[in-house]
Design a protein around this ligand. Sequence first.
Ligand code: PBG
Length: 334
Amino acid sequence: MNSNHDSFARHRRLRQSAPLRKLVRETTITTSDLMYPLFVVEGEGVYKEVSSMPGVFHVSLDHLDAELEKLRHLGVLSIMLFGVPEAKDSVGTEAYADGGIVQRAIKHIKAFDSNFVIAADTCLCQYTDHGHCGIVRDGVIENDESLELLAKTAVSQARAGADIIAPSNMMDGFVTAIRHALDEEGFSHVPIMSYAVKYASSFYGPFRDAAHSTPQFGDRKTYQMDPANRVEAIREMESDIEEGADFFIIKPALSYLDIIREANDRFPVPLVAYNVSGEYSMIKAASANGWIDEQAVVMEMLTSMKRAGASIIITYFAKDVATYLREENGGGAQ
Ligand code: PBG
Protein backbone atom coordinates (compact mmCIF):
# COMPACT_ATOMS: atom_id res chain seq x y z
CA MET A 1 0.00 0.00 0.00
CA ASN A 2 1.29 3.43 -0.93
CA SER A 3 1.66 5.52 2.22
CA ASN A 4 -0.50 8.27 0.65
CA HIS A 5 -3.35 5.81 0.51
CA ASP A 6 -5.37 4.34 3.29
CA SER A 7 -5.65 0.61 3.57
CA PHE A 8 -9.39 0.83 3.56
CA ALA A 9 -12.03 2.37 1.33
CA ARG A 10 -13.28 5.87 2.17
CA HIS A 11 -16.95 5.51 1.26
CA ARG A 12 -17.74 8.67 3.16
CA ARG A 13 -15.92 10.82 0.56
CA LEU A 14 -19.00 10.83 -1.63
CA ARG A 15 -21.32 11.55 1.29
CA GLN A 16 -19.75 14.81 2.45
CA SER A 17 -22.36 17.30 1.38
CA ALA A 18 -25.95 17.38 0.23
CA PRO A 19 -25.09 18.45 -3.36
CA LEU A 20 -22.47 15.71 -3.64
CA ARG A 21 -24.88 13.13 -2.30
CA LYS A 22 -27.44 14.31 -4.80
CA LEU A 23 -24.91 14.03 -7.61
CA VAL A 24 -24.18 10.37 -6.89
CA ARG A 25 -27.74 9.39 -6.02
CA GLU A 26 -28.76 6.26 -7.93
CA THR A 27 -32.52 6.40 -7.57
CA THR A 28 -34.88 9.35 -7.78
CA ILE A 29 -38.63 9.74 -7.82
CA THR A 30 -40.31 12.12 -10.23
CA THR A 31 -43.96 13.07 -10.46
CA SER A 32 -44.29 11.40 -13.85
CA ASP A 33 -43.48 8.01 -12.26
CA LEU A 34 -46.65 8.16 -10.21
CA MET A 35 -50.16 6.95 -10.89
CA TYR A 36 -52.97 8.10 -8.60
CA PRO A 37 -55.87 5.76 -7.70
CA LEU A 38 -59.20 7.55 -7.88
CA PHE A 39 -62.53 6.23 -6.53
CA VAL A 40 -65.55 7.44 -8.45
CA VAL A 41 -69.03 6.95 -7.05
CA GLU A 42 -72.62 7.35 -8.23
CA GLY A 43 -74.77 10.21 -7.04
CA GLU A 44 -74.25 13.92 -6.66
CA GLY A 45 -72.42 16.12 -4.23
CA VAL A 46 -70.20 13.34 -2.93
CA TYR A 47 -66.69 14.22 -1.77
CA LYS A 48 -66.35 11.92 1.17
CA GLU A 49 -63.19 10.84 2.92
CA VAL A 50 -62.65 7.09 3.24
CA SER A 51 -62.45 6.60 7.00
CA SER A 52 -59.62 4.07 6.90
CA MET A 53 -57.67 6.11 4.32
CA PRO A 54 -57.31 9.72 5.46
CA GLY A 55 -56.79 12.02 2.48
CA VAL A 56 -58.48 9.61 0.03
CA PHE A 57 -61.98 10.50 -1.13
CA HIS A 58 -65.01 9.04 -2.83
CA VAL A 59 -65.83 11.51 -5.57
CA SER A 60 -69.04 11.82 -7.58
CA LEU A 61 -68.80 13.03 -11.16
CA ASP A 62 -69.97 16.56 -10.32
CA HIS A 63 -67.01 16.93 -7.95
CA LEU A 64 -64.48 15.39 -10.26
CA ASP A 65 -63.32 18.59 -11.95
CA ALA A 66 -61.95 20.05 -8.73
CA GLU A 67 -60.00 16.86 -8.10
CA LEU A 68 -58.71 16.79 -11.69
CA GLU A 69 -57.70 20.43 -11.44
CA LYS A 70 -55.64 19.62 -8.34
CA LEU A 71 -53.96 16.67 -10.04
CA ARG A 72 -53.16 18.65 -13.17
CA HIS A 73 -51.78 21.53 -11.13
CA LEU A 74 -49.46 19.09 -9.37
CA GLY A 75 -48.47 17.41 -12.63
CA VAL A 76 -50.01 14.06 -11.69
CA LEU A 77 -51.50 13.07 -15.03
CA SER A 78 -51.83 9.31 -14.63
CA ILE A 79 -54.89 7.93 -12.94
CA MET A 80 -55.97 4.44 -11.93
CA LEU A 81 -59.73 4.49 -11.93
CA PHE A 82 -61.92 2.45 -9.56
CA GLY A 83 -65.70 2.55 -9.64
CA VAL A 84 -68.05 2.17 -6.71
CA PRO A 85 -71.45 1.39 -8.28
CA GLU A 86 -74.81 1.78 -6.59
CA ALA A 87 -76.24 -1.53 -7.78
CA LYS A 88 -74.56 -4.91 -7.50
CA ASP A 89 -75.76 -8.27 -8.81
CA SER A 90 -74.47 -11.81 -9.22
CA VAL A 91 -72.88 -11.16 -12.63
CA GLY A 92 -71.47 -7.66 -12.04
CA THR A 93 -73.60 -6.00 -14.74
CA GLU A 94 -72.50 -2.49 -13.84
CA ALA A 95 -68.87 -3.37 -14.59
CA TYR A 96 -69.58 -3.61 -18.33
CA ALA A 97 -72.60 -1.31 -18.67
CA ASP A 98 -71.91 1.48 -21.16
CA GLY A 99 -73.47 3.87 -18.67
CA GLY A 100 -71.50 2.41 -15.74
CA ILE A 101 -69.81 4.72 -13.31
CA VAL A 102 -66.29 4.01 -14.59
CA GLN A 103 -67.31 4.38 -18.25
CA ARG A 104 -68.93 7.75 -17.51
CA ALA A 105 -65.97 8.87 -15.42
CA ILE A 106 -63.54 8.01 -18.23
CA LYS A 107 -65.53 10.13 -20.70
CA HIS A 108 -65.74 12.93 -18.19
CA ILE A 109 -61.99 12.97 -17.50
CA LYS A 110 -61.09 12.77 -21.19
CA ALA A 111 -63.41 15.68 -21.94
CA PHE A 112 -61.88 17.67 -19.07
CA ASP A 113 -58.33 17.16 -20.33
CA SER A 114 -57.32 14.50 -22.81
CA ASN A 115 -53.75 14.63 -21.48
CA PHE A 116 -54.74 12.51 -18.51
CA VAL A 117 -53.63 8.90 -18.91
CA ILE A 118 -56.44 6.74 -17.58
CA ALA A 119 -55.93 3.17 -16.51
CA ALA A 120 -59.19 1.34 -15.83
CA ASP A 121 -59.18 -1.40 -13.20
CA THR A 122 -60.80 -4.41 -14.85
CA CYS A 123 -62.38 -6.56 -12.18
CA LEU A 124 -65.83 -7.62 -11.03
CA CYS A 125 -65.49 -7.54 -7.23
CA GLN A 126 -66.91 -4.04 -6.71
CA TYR A 127 -69.84 -4.95 -8.96
CA THR A 128 -70.85 -8.41 -7.75
CA ASP A 129 -73.15 -8.90 -4.77
CA HIS A 130 -70.89 -11.70 -3.49
CA GLY A 131 -67.79 -9.49 -3.77
CA HIS A 132 -65.65 -11.98 -5.69
CA CYS A 133 -63.61 -11.09 -8.76
CA GLY A 134 -65.35 -13.68 -10.96
CA ILE A 135 -68.63 -15.50 -11.44
CA VAL A 136 -69.70 -17.78 -8.61
CA ARG A 137 -71.61 -21.04 -9.08
CA ASP A 138 -72.42 -23.22 -6.06
CA GLY A 139 -69.80 -21.41 -4.03
CA VAL A 140 -67.10 -21.96 -6.66
CA ILE A 141 -65.43 -19.19 -8.68
CA GLU A 142 -65.90 -20.14 -12.34
CA ASN A 143 -62.76 -19.18 -14.20
CA ASP A 144 -63.72 -19.47 -17.87
CA GLU A 145 -67.19 -18.01 -17.54
CA SER A 146 -65.68 -15.02 -15.78
CA LEU A 147 -63.32 -14.37 -18.69
CA GLU A 148 -66.16 -13.44 -21.01
CA LEU A 149 -67.47 -10.82 -18.63
CA LEU A 150 -64.00 -9.45 -17.92
CA ALA A 151 -63.37 -9.13 -21.67
CA LYS A 152 -66.69 -7.33 -22.03
CA THR A 153 -65.71 -4.99 -19.20
CA ALA A 154 -62.36 -4.20 -20.82
CA VAL A 155 -63.99 -3.48 -24.19
CA SER A 156 -66.54 -1.13 -22.64
CA GLN A 157 -63.76 0.69 -20.79
CA ALA A 158 -61.74 1.03 -24.00
CA ARG A 159 -64.84 2.23 -25.84
CA ALA A 160 -65.31 4.91 -23.20
CA GLY A 161 -61.75 6.08 -23.85
CA ALA A 162 -59.52 4.29 -21.32
CA ASP A 163 -55.84 4.54 -22.29
CA ILE A 164 -54.79 1.43 -20.39
CA ILE A 165 -56.67 -1.70 -19.35
CA ALA A 166 -55.54 -2.91 -15.93
CA PRO A 167 -57.07 -6.31 -15.11
CA SER A 168 -56.77 -7.16 -11.41
CA ASN A 169 -59.03 -10.19 -11.26
CA MET A 170 -56.40 -12.98 -11.24
CA MET A 171 -58.47 -15.44 -13.30
CA ASP A 172 -56.32 -17.68 -15.51
CA GLY A 173 -56.21 -16.59 -19.14
CA PHE A 174 -57.56 -13.09 -18.56
CA VAL A 175 -54.85 -11.42 -20.63
CA THR A 176 -55.54 -13.67 -23.65
CA ALA A 177 -59.30 -13.17 -23.34
CA ILE A 178 -59.05 -9.40 -22.97
CA ARG A 179 -56.41 -9.00 -25.72
CA HIS A 180 -58.54 -10.94 -28.20
CA ALA A 181 -61.69 -9.02 -27.36
CA LEU A 182 -59.93 -5.65 -27.58
CA ASP A 183 -58.35 -6.53 -30.92
CA GLU A 184 -61.63 -7.77 -32.35
CA GLU A 185 -63.42 -4.59 -31.36
CA GLY A 186 -60.81 -2.32 -32.93
CA PHE A 187 -58.76 -1.55 -29.81
CA SER A 188 -55.50 -3.21 -30.76
CA HIS A 189 -53.74 0.04 -29.80
CA VAL A 190 -54.90 -0.12 -26.17
CA PRO A 191 -52.23 -1.59 -23.88
CA ILE A 192 -52.82 -4.10 -21.09
CA MET A 193 -51.14 -3.47 -17.76
CA SER A 194 -51.94 -6.72 -16.00
CA TYR A 195 -51.76 -7.46 -12.34
CA ALA A 196 -49.54 -10.44 -13.15
CA VAL A 197 -48.53 -10.90 -9.56
CA LYS A 198 -51.23 -10.18 -7.07
CA TYR A 199 -50.86 -11.75 -3.67
CA ALA A 200 -53.77 -12.67 -1.38
CA SER A 201 -52.69 -9.92 0.97
CA SER A 202 -54.05 -8.51 4.20
CA PHE A 203 -52.68 -5.14 3.13
CA TYR A 204 -55.80 -4.60 0.97
CA GLY A 205 -58.08 -4.15 4.00
CA PRO A 206 -58.60 -0.37 3.77
CA PHE A 207 -59.19 -0.57 -0.01
CA ARG A 208 -62.03 -3.01 0.51
CA ASP A 209 -63.62 -0.42 2.81
CA ALA A 210 -63.10 2.19 0.12
CA ALA A 211 -64.35 0.09 -2.78
CA HIS A 212 -67.02 -1.84 -0.86
CA SER A 213 -65.55 -5.03 -2.28
CA THR A 214 -65.07 -7.33 0.70
CA PRO A 215 -65.94 -10.90 -0.35
CA GLN A 216 -69.22 -11.94 1.26
CA PHE A 217 -68.03 -15.51 1.74
CA GLY A 218 -64.63 -17.14 1.82
CA ASP A 219 -61.54 -15.28 0.66
CA ARG A 220 -59.57 -14.69 -2.54
CA LYS A 221 -56.99 -17.39 -1.98
CA THR A 222 -58.12 -19.62 -4.87
CA TYR A 223 -57.16 -16.92 -7.34
CA GLN A 224 -54.75 -14.49 -5.65
CA MET A 225 -51.28 -15.80 -4.84
CA ASP A 226 -49.88 -17.22 -1.64
CA PRO A 227 -47.54 -14.59 -0.11
CA ALA A 228 -45.00 -17.33 0.57
CA ASN A 229 -44.36 -18.02 -3.12
CA ARG A 230 -41.65 -16.58 -5.34
CA VAL A 231 -41.25 -19.19 -8.10
CA GLU A 232 -44.99 -19.16 -8.71
CA ALA A 233 -44.78 -15.40 -9.25
CA ILE A 234 -42.29 -16.01 -12.06
CA ARG A 235 -44.72 -18.43 -13.72
CA GLU A 236 -47.51 -15.83 -13.44
CA MET A 237 -45.31 -13.15 -15.02
CA GLU A 238 -44.18 -15.47 -17.81
CA SER A 239 -47.71 -16.42 -18.77
CA ASP A 240 -48.97 -12.83 -18.74
CA ILE A 241 -46.14 -11.72 -21.01
CA GLU A 242 -46.77 -14.68 -23.33
CA GLU A 243 -50.48 -13.87 -23.41
CA GLY A 244 -49.71 -10.33 -24.52
CA ALA A 245 -49.49 -8.10 -21.45
CA ASP A 246 -47.55 -4.95 -22.39
CA PHE A 247 -46.41 -4.36 -18.83
CA PHE A 248 -47.41 -5.59 -15.43
CA ILE A 249 -48.05 -4.80 -11.80
CA ILE A 250 -46.64 -6.38 -8.69
CA LYS A 251 -48.90 -5.99 -5.72
CA PRO A 252 -48.54 -5.25 -2.85
CA ALA A 253 -45.16 -3.54 -3.13
CA LEU A 254 -43.52 -3.08 0.24
CA SER A 255 -43.43 -6.68 1.42
CA TYR A 256 -42.65 -7.89 -2.12
CA LEU A 257 -39.58 -5.87 -3.11
CA ASP A 258 -37.71 -9.11 -3.78
CA ILE A 259 -40.34 -10.05 -6.37
CA ILE A 260 -40.00 -6.64 -8.03
CA ARG A 261 -36.25 -7.12 -8.23
CA GLU A 262 -36.69 -10.60 -9.68
CA ALA A 263 -39.13 -9.28 -12.29
CA ASN A 264 -36.73 -6.49 -13.20
CA ASP A 265 -33.91 -8.98 -13.73
CA ARG A 266 -36.02 -11.23 -15.95
CA PHE A 267 -38.53 -9.22 -17.96
CA PRO A 268 -37.66 -6.25 -20.20
CA VAL A 269 -40.95 -4.38 -19.67
CA PRO A 270 -41.80 -1.35 -17.52
CA LEU A 271 -42.58 -2.64 -14.04
CA VAL A 272 -45.33 -1.22 -11.93
CA ALA A 273 -45.38 -1.41 -8.12
CA TYR A 274 -48.73 -1.00 -6.39
CA ASN A 275 -48.19 0.75 -3.06
CA VAL A 276 -51.46 -0.57 -1.63
CA SER A 277 -54.01 0.79 0.80
CA GLY A 278 -52.65 -0.91 3.93
CA GLU A 279 -49.19 0.49 3.23
CA TYR A 280 -50.78 3.93 2.96
CA SER A 281 -52.98 3.71 6.04
CA MET A 282 -50.20 2.41 8.31
CA ILE A 283 -48.10 5.46 7.52
CA LYS A 284 -51.04 7.84 7.91
CA ALA A 285 -51.90 6.34 11.29
CA ALA A 286 -48.34 6.45 12.60
CA SER A 287 -47.94 9.97 11.32
CA ALA A 288 -51.20 11.15 12.91
CA ASN A 289 -49.82 9.89 16.21
CA GLY A 290 -46.59 11.81 15.69
CA TRP A 291 -44.57 8.58 15.63
CA ILE A 292 -42.88 9.05 12.26
CA ASP A 293 -41.87 11.84 9.89
CA GLU A 294 -44.46 11.19 7.17
CA GLN A 295 -42.71 12.88 4.27
CA ALA A 296 -39.37 11.21 4.98
CA VAL A 297 -40.93 7.78 5.42
CA VAL A 298 -43.04 8.10 2.25
CA MET A 299 -40.06 9.12 0.16
CA GLU A 300 -37.90 6.33 1.61
CA MET A 301 -40.62 3.77 0.95
CA LEU A 302 -41.27 4.84 -2.65
CA THR A 303 -37.54 5.10 -3.33
CA SER A 304 -37.14 1.48 -2.19
CA MET A 305 -39.75 0.42 -4.76
CA LYS A 306 -37.91 2.16 -7.58
CA ARG A 307 -34.57 0.89 -6.35
CA ALA A 308 -36.00 -2.64 -6.42
CA GLY A 309 -36.75 -2.13 -10.12
CA ALA A 310 -40.18 -0.55 -10.50
CA SER A 311 -40.39 2.30 -12.97
CA ILE A 312 -43.98 3.23 -12.18
CA ILE A 313 -45.63 3.42 -8.76
CA ILE A 314 -49.37 3.38 -8.18
CA THR A 315 -49.78 5.25 -4.91
CA TYR A 316 -52.35 7.08 -2.81
CA PHE A 317 -49.44 9.36 -1.86
CA ALA A 318 -49.08 10.68 -5.43
CA LYS A 319 -50.43 14.14 -4.63
CA ASP A 320 -48.36 14.41 -1.46
CA VAL A 321 -45.20 13.37 -3.27
CA ALA A 322 -45.85 15.78 -6.14
CA THR A 323 -46.23 18.52 -3.52
CA TYR A 324 -42.95 17.61 -1.79
CA LEU A 325 -41.13 17.59 -5.12
CA ARG A 326 -42.48 21.01 -6.09
CA GLU A 327 -41.41 22.46 -2.75
CA GLU A 328 -37.97 20.94 -3.13
CA ASN A 329 -37.68 22.62 -6.52
CA GLY A 330 -38.79 26.01 -5.27
CA GLY A 331 -42.41 25.67 -6.37
CA GLY A 332 -41.66 25.09 -10.06
CA ALA A 333 -43.27 22.35 -12.10
CA GLN A 334 -41.51 18.99 -12.18
C1 PBG B 1 -59.87 -5.47 -6.87
C2 PBG B 1 -58.71 -4.74 -6.31
C3 PBG B 1 -58.19 -4.75 -4.99
C4 PBG B 1 -57.18 -3.79 -4.96
C5 PBG B 1 -57.08 -3.27 -6.24
N1 PBG B 1 -58.01 -3.87 -7.06
C6 PBG B 1 -58.63 -5.44 -3.78
C7 PBG B 1 -58.62 -6.89 -3.70
O1 PBG B 1 -58.22 -7.61 -4.57
O2 PBG B 1 -59.08 -7.36 -2.67
C8 PBG B 1 -56.37 -3.44 -3.75
C9 PBG B 1 -55.80 -2.07 -3.77
C10 PBG B 1 -55.29 -1.58 -2.46
O3 PBG B 1 -55.32 -2.26 -1.43
O4 PBG B 1 -54.84 -0.42 -2.46
N2 PBG B 1 -59.63 -6.76 -7.27
